[in-house]
Design a protein around this ligand. Structure first.
Ligand code: NI
Ligand code: MN
Length: 228
């Protein structure tokens, strides 16, 4: 069994019987986060989709403290290594296996400058295979047709984590179409209500996805969902 725990915004903790990883650990400055960076003692990996501060977040601090391996694009892997982290560089279309599972980077249509304006490569989505389950975390992105190809080549997905907040990423209408393209067993919204720009109603998203005959659910910050 794999347990997915939401920590607000785009931050997900993924856990199986023996390993635990964090994706996009933006906790400090995230009013929706249910935990702070100190909450993690044992951690195997920190996966970062792109360089924006609301995704790199506390990644460097958490990875240094726990010894977790940072997995991200080449530029971010170098950036965090220069700050004292252990990291593994990937790039879009490539994947690699790790003790905790397998990570592959996919395209995402967005930006990826760092917290101080550094150029940190291209933004990505993530396909994480862990504990026999497959999760697609879309990162920050607009809608794109190749989500169909991502699902065809890497799925079927047990869960899809899709941004819905509009303004910086897909809004609800486009994210509902993305849910159709990705066709995961369950679709879960993220990247909403953290800031005034992205205040949308996730219930509307869930209702629209379910009206297409797909399963969707809101996971509140601090709550978990089991992927059986
Ligand atoms: Ni972003
Ligand atoms: Mn973002």
């Amino acid at each position: 069994m794999v347990k997915l725990t939401f920590h607000g915004h785009s931050c997900w903790e993924v856990q199986d019987e023996s390993h635990r990883v964090l994706i996009d650990p933006f906790l400090t400055g995230n009013d929706l986060a249910d935990v702070g960076p100190d909450a993690f003692e044992k951690l195997d990996g920190v996966i970062i989709t792109h360089g924006h501060g609301d995704h790199i977040g506390d990644g460097v601090e958490i990875a240094k403290k726990t010894g977790a391996l940072v997995v991200s694009n080449f530029e971010i892997a170098n950036y965090v290594a220069a700050k004292g982290c252990t990291s593994h560089p990937l790039h879009i279309g490539g994947g690699a296996g790790f003790p905790f599972g397998h990570v592959k980077l996919t395209i995402a249509h967005h930006g990826s400058t760092g917290p101080d304006g550094e150029s940190l490569g291209n933004p990505a989505g993530v396909v994480l295979t862990m504990g026999g389950r497959k999760i697609y975390h879309a990162g920050d992105t607009g809608l794109f047709l190749d989500m169909k190809l991502i699902a065809e080549m890497n799925g079927p997905f047990d869960a899809a984590l899709l941004p819905i907040g509009d303004n910086f990423t897909m809004g609800i209408t486009d994210a509902v179409k993305a849910a159709e393209f990705v066709d995961a067993k369950i679709t879960i919204p993220m990247h909403y209500q953290t800031f005034p720009y992205i205040e949308v109603n996730p219930n509307e998203f869930v209702q629209k996805v379910e009206s297409q005959g797909r399963k969707a659910a809101i996971v509140e910050p601090g709550a978990s969902i089991d992927l059986e």
